[in-house]
Design a protein around this ligand. Structure first.
Ligand code: ZN
Length: 884
């Protein structure tokens, strides 16, 4: 693909030395080179001045809308190449959809709360807010330099009261609907910093990343959101998300782990007491294998464990304790399938009546299902591995049966259920279990509820108080927001446990129910994933102070049509966003849509070469690496990173070749979802291409100057054959852009082909009117990819307020390829319904009845009543819009 499209770039080309004045002057003799830095600055200023108008478009709900969104960043202070790639994808799409006539928003905001700001504040002895806002300002300036245009009038900050008031409001709605609760849970406790750590903050040796202290496990009362309640919908609705990459859907499925199965009761017998003393409930998706059960496996910390262990011999107890310690000391999630056989007790299979032993094991989790499973070693790999280790019998109950035609699986050794096929056996066994009161059909998910408490300062205060008389109460909605104290004091004290607990004015409050003034505020803050779980719903109405958002606006703007972000957010962020969206949908705050993101692009990483000195293991900068022989170095293509000295700063690249060139280069490397290896050379290629397009406009300009409007025209024959080809090029570019994966690299290559065609055309027949028209198609199709340069060209050639419009295929056809007929797009209430081939006089017909009749007949519609018929002729792109 690449070699083919680079044909146009065969002339000798520019190098890094380009920036030296002398060479620039020399080069000017060969061809004019466009002054990207002036041009880009000029257009960036214009674009960012005109942004205020978007309130009108936000509430103009008649037009077809398009909502494109890049995942908002954490304000680290500096944009890297990965950011540039994501924002360029959204900016191209935003401009493209606008050119097609849609009402588009492409907003941006700041995921501004979080731990890194807190840590940076400690290091620098400044307040987290100061650090955060400074970084935001810096990043915003950088984004503008990239040449991306966001709807800054919709900008939001998760750390500002006008936003987190509604994060708190959502939490209270969850609480009211019993989807938020408080429970004791185990946390990683740093005994030196006296604080809780997230799992990612504990290193491989089990030490705190910050203090280096050995991390302890501690039980703390914490807030949870009950995501498991929606397990089934979160799992099943994934299949409706056709615009999502398959891989992300699979990751979500794996994480949610929803299944439908049966809960079965096994009676628990005590050998000593010679009677049934309790029941054990197990969860299984395979009730058809119940006759193959040869043991029960319970989580080692199952609630029955205490009962089993009471009265056991000392050496047995020691075995159990040894196992428990081994499990608890593990750092990772690997299980070794170890178990402890319970003495003096056994369980009874409710259907076969067989007695089976009970094991306390590490491979069943207490919180999953009932914390107990039936062991069927013949038909489950994990059970089999365990059974072999502990010499437990293996009993086969399912067999493959083959007759001439097909293979089927049937039950064997299963009493009256033998010979049944699996599906039928499941059904009948479930019925039998229900009948004898030993089972019921249920579902399960392997996902855990979402722990949202953070013992941190820089986050949303959880809007709850605790009254000595009334207990835990949500803060009344009219008292929101619960304001995060702006300052922690100087020197910034973020250590010693929960920071908010040290601020007396914050903690002490009066109970709104009984008036008790010994009530206390919750001092935990919310996980930042809560902040980002609903921001996309706030953008269209980000300044609303009376409600979370206007439902009518959301009805129009939701869902996000295209969401773009990294693989690191493929599970948790998307899952939480889907959960909160579903909740707000059920509460009827979000009408119509169950899912928040219609289409998803997960962009690949931007990588580059890293150079490591073999002898010392030290990473070198590329310039330093040139001093060494290749066999002294370990050269790899890796994700750009400061620690590997292989980062490339997008803003430095912009200084070399301009923002348009950086954008085209990043998008030309390959498919959006694939990793790319930045090497600096491709940029020169694209820079050369942009210069050639620029120079062509100068030729047209001088042709105009010489002859005014009296340019040559092509003859009819030449015209038809030329525009047939042009139609093909434009169609190819458009198809690439409209594909589900938005194949920008293909679109750019096709544009290069159109450019080549134009060059050849010029050599053959000079600058004709038709040539100039085709050039206009080229710069319009290039506008989303090189907006500064194309804007400047359009202004030079045409007029000041030139409107870029996507080249309409029908218009090309109507103007140049059809003889007596024209093609007309038919819309009903702004929605595209089909296309009519009609006589060109039709558009002038005043008879609306006749128009409706023709539409009904050809498009098999049944329009009887209408308010108005709007006929549009925009540069030969004909549209008839019937308003009902
Ligand atoms: Zn009270």
């Amino acid at each position: 693909m690449l070699t083919q499209s680079i044909r146009i770039l065969s002339k000798p080309f520019l190098t890094n030395q380009l920036r030296t004045q002398n060479l620039c002057l020399k080069l000017k003799n060969y061809f004019s080179q466009y002054e990207f830095s002036q041009i880009e600055q000029k257009w960036q200023q214009k674009w960012n001045q005109n942004i205020q108008s978007s309130h009108k478009k936000i509430s103009d709900t008649n037009q077809e809308k398009y909502y494109v969104l890049s995942q908002f960043p954490y304000p680290s202070g500096n944009l890297h190449m990965g950011h540039a790639r994501v924002y360029y994808i959204s900016d191209v799409i935003s401009r493209f959809e606008k050119m097609k006539g849609k009402n588009v928003i492409n907003p941006m905001g700041w995921d501004a709360f979080g731990l890194p700001a807190e840590n940076a504040a400690i290091q620098r002895n400044i307040e987290p807010s100061e650090w955060t806002y400074k970084n935001i300002q810096q990043m915003k300036e950088q984004m503008i330099k990239l040449g991306v245009v966001f709807d800054w009038d919709l900008e939001l900050f998760t750390c500002r009261e006008d936003y987190y008031k509604w994060t708190q409001w959502i939490f209270i709605q969850l609480l009211k609907n019993k989807l938020a609760y408080k429970k004791e849970a185990e946390v990683n406790w740093d005994p030196i910093d006296q604080t809780v750590l997230a799992n990612e903050q504990v290193d491989d040796q089990g030490r705190s990343w910050r203090s280096g202290a050995k991390v302890e496990k501690k039980m703390l009362n914490q807030w949870f959101i009950k995501t498991t309640e929606y397990g089934k919908e979160l799992f099943q609705d994934l299949s409706d998300l056709e615009g999502w990459p398959q891989a992300v859907q699979e990751m979500q499925r794996g994480w949610i782990g929803f299944s439908e199965g049966t809960q079965i009761k096994f009676e628990l017998f005590s050998q000593q007491q010679q009677k049934c003393i309790d029941e054990i409930e197990v969860y299984t998706t395979r009730p058809d294998t119940i006759y193959g059960v040869t043991f029960l496996a319970l989580a080692y910390d199952h609630q029955l464990a205490t009962k089993f262990l009471a009265g056991q011999k000392e050496e047995d107890l020691a075995d159990y304790e040894k196992m428990k310690n081994e499990i608890k000391s593990r750092k990772d999630l690997v299980v070794n399938k170890i178990g402890y056989k319970v003495k003096d007790y056994y369980a009874v299979n409710p259907l076969s009546g067989e007695q089976v032993p009970i094991y306390l094991v590490d491979y069943v989790l207490k919180d999953y299902g009932t914390g107990a499973v039936m062991g069927v070693p013949a038909h489950d790999d994990r059970d089999q591995e365990f059974a072999k280790k502990y010499q437990i019998p293996i009993k086969e109950v399912i067999k493959e049966e083959t007759d001439n035609q097909s293979t089927k699986q049937v039950l064997v050794n299963s009493g009256k259920f033998s010979n049944l096929e699996i599906a039928e056996a499941k059904k009948q066994i479930n019925e039998q279990l229900i009948q004898i009161g030993k089972g019921h059909v249920t579902s399960n998910t392997s996902m855990r509820d979402w722990l949202v408490s953070r013992q941190r300062y820089w986050g949303v205060p959880i809007p709850v108080i605790e009254c000595p008389t009334c207990g835990v109460l949500p803060v009344p909605e009219d008292q929101l927001p619960v304001i995060l104290p702006e300052k922690l004091g100087n020197p910034v004290q973020l250590k010693n446990g929960n920071p908010l607990a040290h601020i007396k004015d914050f903690v002490e409050c009066k109970c709104h129910i009984c008036g008790n003034n010994k009530a206390k505020r919750e001092t935990d803050t919310l996980d930042t994933f809560v902040d980002s779980s609903w921001y996309f719903l706030r953008f269209p109405d980000s300044k609303n102070s009376l409600q979370i958002f206007d439902s009518n606006l959301i009805k129009y703007w939701a869902p996000v049509d295209l969401y773009i972000g990294g693989m690191e957010h493929a599970i948790l962020h998307l899952l939480y966003a889907r959960f909160i969206h579903k909740f707000l949908h059920k509460q009827q705050f979000v009408p119509l849509h169950k899912e928040p993101f219609k289409q998803l692009i997960v962009q690949g990483l931007v990588k580059s070469k890293s150079y490591r000195l073999k002898q010392t293991g030290q990473y070198l900068y590329p310039q330093e690496a040139q001093k060494y022989a290749e066999d002294e170095l370990d050269i790899k293509i890796e994700k750009m990173s400061k620690s590997k000295n292989n980062g490339v700063n997008p803003l430095e690249e912009i200084e070399k070749f301009g923002a348009d060139c950086l954008r085209m280069t990043l998008l030309f490397y390959g498919p959006n979802e694939k990793d790319i290896a930045w090497d600096g050379n491709l940029q020169k290629t694209l820079y050369s291409y942009l210069n050639k397009v620029w120079n062509l406009h100068l030729k047209i300009q001088s042709a105009y100057k010489n002859d005014g409007d009296l340019l040559k025209k092509m003859n009819k024959q030449e015209k038809i054959s030329t525009f047939k080809k042009v139609y093909g090029y434009v169609e190819n570019i458009q198809n690439a852009l409209e594909r589900k994966d938005r194949s920008f690299h293909v679109a750019i290559a096709r544009q290069m082909e159109l450019y080549n065609f134009l060059s050849e055309l010029q050599e053959q027949s000079g600058i004709t009117q038709e040539f100039s028209e085709i050039y206009e198609y080229l710069i319009n199709s290039l506008y989303p990819f090189a907006p500064h340069t194309m804007s400047e060209i359009a202004e030079n050639l045409y007029k000041k307020e030139y409107q870029f419009v996507w080249p309409d295929l029908l218009a090309i056809k109507n103007k140049h390829l059809n003889e007596d007929t024209i093609s007309v797009k038919i819309n009903v209430n702004n929605k595209f319904k089909g296309q009519l081939e009609i006589e060109s006089s039709f558009m002038d017909s005043q008879n609306d009845e006749q128009i409706i009749k023709a539409i009904n007949e050809s498009l098999k519609l049944n329009i009887s009543q209408y308010k108005n018929i709007i006929k549009i002729n925009r540069k030969n792109a004909f549209v008839i819009n019937v308003i009902q």
